[in-house]
Structures are given as C-alpha cells and as structure tokens.
Design a protein around this ligand. Sequence first.
Ligand code: SAM
Ligand code: SF4
Length: 342
Amino acid sequence: MPSEVSADSLQTPAPKLIDRFGRHIDYIRLSVTDRCDFRCVYCMAEDMNFLPRAKVLTLEEMAAVGRAFAELGVRKIRLTGGEPLVRRDVMTLVRELGALAQLRELVITTNGSQLERYAAELKAAGVRRLNISLDSLRPERFRRITRTGDLEVVLRGIRAAQAAGFERTKLNAVVLKHRNHDEVVDLVRFACDEGLDLSFIEEMPLGVIGDHDRAEAYYSSDDIRRDLAGHFDLIPTTEQTGGPSKYYRVGGSASRIGFISPHSHNFCGDCNRVRVSAEGQLLLCLGQEHSVDLRHVLRAHPGDPERLKQAIVEAMHIKPKGHDFNLKAQPVILRHMNMTGG
Ligand code: SAM
Ligand code: SF4
C-alpha cells in the first residue's frame, strides 16, 4: 500500500452525464438555426414556416448552453441545423465554442454552400472536422433533391475545405431508391479520389415532407453494400468517430465508408448524444419527443449557469431507451430534420 495519497487521487473526478440505462452522454448536437438555403426533399416540405426570431436562442444563449455541457463532461459538440453557416454572425459562436478548454472536438455538419467563404475561418477558430452533405454528383439531380442547391458551389466548398487544411472531411449522402441509389458507386469513387470519408444514411421519418413515400424510397444499407461489393473491397473496421456510423475501409484507399442505418441496424444501445434545437429544446432522442425547455431556464435565470446545468443533469433521467421509427406509418415525429439538428 502506498503510504502517501497521490495528488491525482485527491482531484474530484470530471462530472459525467449518465442516463437511466447507464449510457454516458459526452456528445451534443447543437442546431444553430432552423433556416436553410436548401429544401432537401427528405428533410423539408417545399413550403416551410421557420421560427420567429424571438423563439430562437441568441448566439450568447447557445454559447452558454455549449459551456454548460462542456462543464458537465461533454467532449464533442457538433454544430448543425438547418444550415449552420447561414446564421448571421455564426463565427462569434464558433470562436466561443472553439476556445472551450474541456472540448476535444468542435465539428460542423453543413450543406457546403457557404464553405468557400467560411472554410479558412472555421479552421482558424478551432473546428476540427467537417461533415458535408452530398447526395449526387449530377447537377440536375442535385438540384432536384435539394430543390434549390447548386452542385458546383458545393464542390467549390469541398475544395475550399481541403485547401483550408481540414482532414478526414466526411461526406453524408441520404440514399433514396430511384432518386440517387444508382450513384452509390460514383459517390464512393469520388470520396476515394478526393481523400474523403463518406457515410450513407437511411432516410428517417421526421416531419411530413409531401415529396415521396418514404417506405417506397427506402434503400437499405445492406442494398448499398451489395451494390458496392462488385466494385470495391470493403474491409470492416471497428473504428468509431463518436457517432452512429459503422465503418468499412476501402481496399487500396485511405477513405472510410460508413453506414448510418436507423432501420436495418438499430444503434440506440450505445447512444452517447443528445440534441439542442435552435429554440433551445433539449431533445433526448432523435426519434422520440422527450425534451426539456432550456430556453425557459436560460431566460428565467439569466446569467445562472448552475440552474442550466441542473436542468441538463435532471433531463438525463428522461432519455428514452431508443427510437421506434416506422416508415410505413404516418410520421409520429412531426419535427422536421432541420428542427432536430441532424
Ligand atoms: N444543413 C446541413 C446539412 O445538410 O448537412 C446540416 C443539417 S442536416 C439536417 C444534417 C444531416 O441530416 C444531413 O446530412 C442530411 O442529409 C440529413 N438528413 C436530413 N433529413 C433527413 C432524414 N429525414 N433522414 C435522414 N437524414 C436526414
Ligand atoms: Fe437544409 Fe441540411 Fe435539411 Fe438539406 S438536409 S434542407 S441542407 S438542413
């Protein structure tokens, strides 16, 4: 037995957010805005009503939320939306969060439309990695899926991210049957050529979208893997990036291909994350309504981080065990993905 107690053993352990099922929450996705310059067919309806400004958290309030989570042991924050980079003055929030000593990673999910302008600034502000959505490499098709997007602008954004020195940038592609399922090989080839990772995502039934029948458009991760098998050597890995993707390495390339499969391979058992919507709802599960109104706490007790932290700690008790998505039924979750923060 050591006769002296080491300084380390006297230190209070870092706080941890643990839910009822013993899952350790160390990752938050913070939706910076519900607005977007695209109207992707799986994410939004064509006519969307966005939140009035007074309901959206100010950038200062969002920074307070990020700080509170970091002090409670969260190590990774993903900024998302809506399109995070269309929020005015978003860089003030990015800089504030980028300077949080407790964080291991500040990352962003973006549609890429503003990256030409922002990539270098994001890198300088401490953003570690980018996820960029890219569902098609064909301009017409890209426009049909995003309704308003310009593929060339997004490709320039991807190049700007590479030039700014971002590494392990990941593309996200939602795959829909008869829309882009025949492009999965081209997308993997593009990712390998550009030195990017790529995740394929099964569409989730969030909000009424009016564009297509989600059950008919369903194209599973297994279908995609089968399509890729004749073209690439996919080597399973146990690599994790802290999210729900299951990864494969592509033989002869540095790229990793991930599959986010909420339907075919449920990932709730090792869920380590919660979301905060642009209006300050702490959403405890993407596929359930359990939530806590952090905006109320922030505005009822301004400048009181302890009240905010208490509300967050208590919220862990209502994190549900998992989602129960059903593509064949009407969406139970009426929130669109832009509200949820994908
Ligand atoms: N606007 C940014 C973007 O598109 O990357 C960030 C927000 S977006 C909601 C985040 C991710 O969610 C994107 O990769 C998008 O493709 C995905 N997404 C949106 N709606 C979805 C749905 N219904 N099912 C599955 N993924 C969805
Ligand atoms: Fe906008 Fe992203 Fe939703 Fe597309 S997926 S409409 S880019 S928020």
